[in-house]
Design a protein around this ligand. Structure first.
Ligand SMILES: [Zn+2]
Length: 84
């Protein structure tokens, strides 16, 4: 991850521990994602709970890095004032 934006010079690491709050974004997103995922496979596709959970763990492991980055950029977008 670069230390600042190539276009507007916004620092990506404004202070130590800045991305601590991104964990909560990540938690909310993954929470709703897991719920929706399980409900879809268990109720809509009528898979067993065990199989749905197994697939959720596999998919979750694959999406983890992507979610980590999304959460950080959402957090940065929330915390940084635009147009300065
Ligand atoms: Zn920028």
């Amino acid at each position: 991850m670069p230390d600042h934006c190539p276009k507007c010079e916004q620092l990506y690491f404004p202070e130590p521990g800045f991305y601590y709050g991104a964990m909560f974004i990540s938690y909310v997103i993954s929470g709703f994602f897991c719920l929706g995922f399980l409900m879809f496979f268990h109720w809509v596709l009528d898979w067993s709970l065990e199989l749905s959970f197994f697939l959720l763990i596999v998919v979750g492991a694959l999406l983890f890095v992507y979610l980590f980055r999304i959460s950080r950029s959402i957090w940065l977008g929330l915390m940084v004032k635009k147009g300065e």
